[in-house]
Design a protein around this ligand. Structure first.
Ligand SMILES: *[C@@H]1O[C@H](CO)[C@@H](O)[C@H](O)[C@H]1NC(C)=O
Length: 352
């Protein structure tokens, strides 16, 4: 448990019973208690990254260790790592824009789309804003060797309000596994299998962070647009971590060879190991907060892609569209039955 983040004085209820905020804290503890924080070396912005677009809307902190990305009616903004990496751990503490954020997409991802146009690799965190009073959602996804016709999206709610505090979002990519983390909770693991072939990302990638107007799809399928009355929208990034093997994508020594040693180092790091406690936290997260999985979308994939781990008890909760069978009513029920805390959500089913 981390007393600093959710101490007793904050979480205990004066009436001595669990309020909804108390319930929030219970889950927060359960998930956050999975591990002590990773031991990470952070770097100043200019040491690892450069502006990508909307330079005027990229604002560095005075000490150069944090950066704000703004979206206003003229442009969004973004940054990119100055190198490509062949495997790595990409991580940042991020705080998302608050209040009315419908139509906004904040993305934290790795890609090599500008180097390998037809055969690109990609690993994504994509955060989608919402109308006031409704929570942000996010999805993770991956592509390998241009597998853009085979999306591997999973969509989730969060167990906290990402606009109130910074939380760490991380992507680990080694030669045999991909792990998406929020704080120290692994939320998704993709283990490479031979059957995946080139769909498992295998070429050097850059890290990207962007904020942009995704009015046409981000919120309820485009029903709610960005409302610039509330601009500028600000996403903050700090405590940046770039661990990996920087390479020149067209160098002569193949990257896999040149980077074998660093790949082995990455595999030995704390964050490369999903301990039983972390695995249990991952299972809880996925049970409570995942509301779409391509693995259960049998309309789209009659045969689930090879990396899918089908968990029968989990599968039962999803329709053949890969979406949850029960929307709000299920969550109200589960709250009564198992005291599963809920944030205010009513239309998980209808967006994206
Ligand atoms: C990637 O795709 C190209 C065709 O675009 C193919 O020639 C190559 O063998 C693929 N690589 C892998 C690792 O599957």
């Amino acid at each position: 448990m981390d007393e600093r983040r959710c101490g007793k004085s904050v979480c205990s209820s004066s009436e001595g019973r669990l309020t909804s905020f108390g319930l929030f804290c219970v889950v927060f503890f359960t998930l956050a208690g999975a591990a002590a924080g990773f031991n990470l070396a952070t770097i100043p912005f200019d040491e690892g990254y450069s502006p990508l677009f909307g330079d005027g809307n990229l604002v560095r902190s005075p000490d150069g260790r944090a950066v704000r990305l703004l979206l206003d009616r003229f442009t969004g903004s973004g940054f990119i790592s100055s190198s490509l990496y062949h495997h790595g751990f990409f991580s940042a503490n991020i705080k998302l824009p608050s209040d009315y954020t419908a139509g906004i997409c904040v993305a934290f991802y790795t890609s090599n789309g500008d180097v390998f146009e037809k055969s690109h690799d990609e690993l994504d965190f994509e955060f989608l804003g919402n109308v006031e009073g409704k929570p942000w959602r996010f999805q993770t996804n991956l592509y390998g060797n241009g597998s853009t016709s085979r999306g591997r999206e999973e969509r989730y709610r969060l167990w906290f309000d990402p606009t109130k505090q910074f939380h760490r979002y991380s992507i680990l990519w080694t030669s045999d596994t991909i792990i998406f983390y929020i704080d120290e909770v692994p939320i998704r693991e993709v283990v490479r299998s031979d059957e995946m072939g080139g769909d498992f990302p295998s070429k050097p990638m850059s890290l990207y962070a962007t904020i942009w107007d995704a009015s046409s799809w981000a919120t309820n399928g485009g029903k709610y647009k960005v409302n610039y009355k509330f601009a500028p929208f600000v996403a903050e990034f700090k405590d940046l971590v770039l661990e990996g093997c920087p390479v020149n994508p067209i160098q002569e020594v193949p990257a896999a060879e040149a980077c074998a040693e660093k790949d082995a180092v990455l595999k030995g790091e704390d964050y490369a190991v999903i301990t039983p406690e972390r695995r249990s936290a991952m299972r809880k997260f996925r049970q409570r907060y995942m509301y779409y999985s391509y693995c259960y979308d049998t309309l789209r994939y009659p045969v689930p892609p090879p990396e899918c781990v089908i968990i029968p008890s989990e599968k039962k909760r999803f329709k053949e569209t890969g979406r949850l069978k029960f929307g709000g009513s299920h969550r109200r029920q589960s709250r009564r039955r198992s005291r599963t805390p809920v944030t205010t959500v009513s239309d998980d089913q209808s967006d994206m």
